[in-house]
Design a protein around this ligand. Structure first.
Ligand SMILES: Nc1ncnc2c1ncn2[C@@H]1O[C@H](COP(=O)(O)OP(=O)(O)OP(=O)(O)O)[C@@H](O)[C@H]1O
Length: 583
């Protein structure tokens, strides 16, 4: 490695604590040198011809003082390293989560939720070891051994050369191994991220897997990934051990060789006896930072491997460019929705999902969008909520092109109850209030009553504080949909989008939605992607899509008389094909 630029960038905001770590580490080494000198003085005094208690007391007290100071500096060093690690970890996680949310539901690239989780949770742990511990220690290690070899060289050049040889072997071995270790760390990280992603996916889809009788097959597939991860971990460990053996040997041989040589030098009268002790302690102090750096170096490799995935998230550009700067001077109320010659093609697709779609519905009206599967209904909703922007044409609220607004504004303009409702682990109240945390109790009560959440929440002793479970699994499909509707109503946004919202509902729940929409008529503009005819007969306008084109548009009564697509759907409905709308 030695210095990875991406990770160095992560370290920048934590420079105060990083500097403190370096200073405390250097001071600990300084105190270590003090211990060596005072101990050498103690030994010299004890072995000297005439000594008094007072002669020994001073170096002994100094030794004790330096030892305590050294322990204190090491504590300070580890404290500030931990502070750096926590600061960096928190900052990267916040930055990544902010980015993931900004990228929105249509993320570029093929990174799934499991891989993102692995980068944000486990990857960042590896980065903290690199930035908090490895980096500052690298600086200390560049300073201390050179200084100590210099001090020893003043007393004995041959001894200094032996220590220098041992010291030089360590970075040399690390350099030689770093390529192999780097490759293996990347293989290990990839295996880990893949396993984590598959596991997350499997846990999330456990109901489906069980109902398909596929849980056993999935477990086998997971076992294969686990085996890959084990092999990658072993290979990684083997190469780590290889370099550890070489550098460990260099450090032991360096210390022992220097001490033995110092003893010979003393015997030959070229070195004082006390200096043998000095050399022994200085050699230990010289290799200690190298030994510690070695440990941080191995841990830091996980950070280097994870850095690629983290950087990919940081570099990803949203599918929708957030370039609009227009902030509405007053709140937008029930706007007219206009699609002006809108064409959209999904990335990677060879045909337009919507082609030259034009229509306009007045503010406060209800628009029902119908059409066969694949006709482009969801794409139309994605354009309206700005999950994507048109390839050509414009989507306008009143007279303003949606792209003129910042993304945060446009996303707040439309509340959506989508076909795959996601409730977050927490209570009913928390899920509803997530739409508008500043809402009053009266507004909350109004929303839950209109969505008839009160009917089932009242049965639970915890009421609205009852837990919904992860993903809302403690509620029925219809109950989940009512909570999602209450959430959308509380958002009180000028546009309400119900994307096949009635698919999981029985007739009673369906009536809840229809009533709520009916009550809101005029208060907001509503777009319903219709699943059942009964939900939309009440709509002010109907848009029939066919293979991405507008087949028919207008008030339902007019269309019914026109003998076209809508009239045919009505005829099918009257013959009992209630589910025929989107098929
Ligand atoms: N993310 C995507 N990438 C590529 N093509 C897509 C993507 N999403 C939709 N499509 C394609 O765009 C076309 C319109 O799809 P869309 O989901 O808008 O239809 P829909 O009317 O909502 O269908 P359904 O009723 O089945 O939900 C289809 O041909 C579909 O295959």
């Amino acid at each position: 490695m030695f210095v990875n630029r991406t990770l160095l960038g992560f370290a920048r905001p934590a420079w105060p604590s990083l500097t403190l770590t370096v200073l405390a580490g250097a001071a600990a080494s300084g105190a270590g040198i003090g211990v060596a000198f005072s101990l050498a003085a103690t030994v010299s005094t004890v072995l000297g011809a005439r000594q008094t208690t007072a002669d020994i007391t001073t170096p002994l007290l100094l030794t004790a003082g330096f030892t305590v100071a050294r322990a204190g500096f090491l504590w300070l060093r580890d404290q500030s390293a931990t502070t750096t690690a926590i600061t960096v970890k928190r900052r990267i996680r916040l930055e990544l989560m902010e980015k993931v949310f900004r990228l929105g539901p249509r993320r570029p690239g093929r990174r799934g939720a499991g891989e993102i989780r692995a980068s944000v949770v486990d990857g960042v742990e590896g980065v903290q070891a690199y930035v908090g511990f490895y980096l500052p220690h690298l600086v200390v290690t560049l300073l201390v051994p050179v200084t100590l070899v210099g001090i020893v060289a003043v007393r004995s050049l041959p001894v200094a050369l032996v220590i220098a040889a041992g010291v030089a072997t360590v970075p040399l071995a690390q350099r030689l191994w770093s390529r192999l270790l780097g490759e293996r760390a990347h293989v290990h990280w990839d295996a880990f991220a893949r396993y984590a992603a598959k596991l997350t996916d499997s846990v999330r889809g456990i109901t489906t897997l069980a109902s398909l009788g596929a849980a056993g097959r999935r477990a086998t597939a997971l076992a294969v990934e686990a085996e890959r991860l084990r092999e990658a971990t072993n290979a990684n460990l083997r190469s780590s051990l290889g370099v550890s053996v070489v550098t460990g040997a260099a450090m032991s041989i360096g210390t022992a060789g220097a001490t033995v040589l110092a003893a010979f030098e003393a015997a030959a009268g070229r070195l004082a006896v006390g200096d043998v002790v000095l050399v022994l302690f200085l050699a230990v102090e010289c290799f200690r930072p190298l030994q510690e750096l070695q440990n941080y170096w191995h841990e830091g490799f996980h950070g280097v491997a994870a850095a690629k995935g983290i950087q990919e998230i940081r570099d990803a550009e949203p599918v929708v460019a957030d370039t609009g700067r227009l902030v509405p001077s007053e709140p937008i109320r029930a706007p007219r929705i206009t699609f002006d010659d809108v064409t959209y093609r999904h990335p990677g697709s060879d045909r337009d999902a919507l082609s030259a779609v034009s229509f306009s519905v007045p503010g406060g009206a209800t628009l029902a969008v119908v059409g066969r599967s694949g006709a482009g209904k969801s794409t139309l909703v994605q354009l309206l909520t700005r999950d994507v922007d048109p390839s050509a044409g414009r989507v306008l609220l009143d007279d303003t092109d949606l792209v003129a607004y910042p993304l945060a504004v446009t996303r707040a303009l439309a509340a959506r109850v989508s076909q795959d409702i996601v409730l977050l682990d927490g209570t009913i109240r928390q899920n509803v209030m997530a739409a508008r945390p500043t809402a009053t109790e009266a507004e909350f009560t109004d929303a839950v009553q209109r969505a008839r959440v009160d009917e089932f929440a009242g049965d639970s002793p915890d009421g609205y504080d009852a837990a919904v479970g992860e993903g809302g699994t403690l509620l029925s499909g219809g109950q989940r949909q009512r909570v999602a509707l209450a959430r959308a109503l509380l958002a009180d946004s000028p546009v309400l989008v119900l994307d096949e919202a009635t698919s999981a509902l029985d007739a009673e729940n369906e009536a809840v939605i229809t009533d709520a929409v009916h009550d809101d008529r005029g208060r907001r503009t509503t777009v319903i992607v219709a699943h059942r005819l009964s939900t939309v007969v009440d709509a002010d306008y109907v848009l029939v899509l066919d293979e991405g084109r507008v087949a028919e548009f207008g008030p339902p009564a007019l269309l019914a008389a026109a003998n076209g697509h809508w009239a045919a759907l009505l005829a099918a409905h009257s013959s009992g094909l209630d589910e025929a709308l989107t098929r």
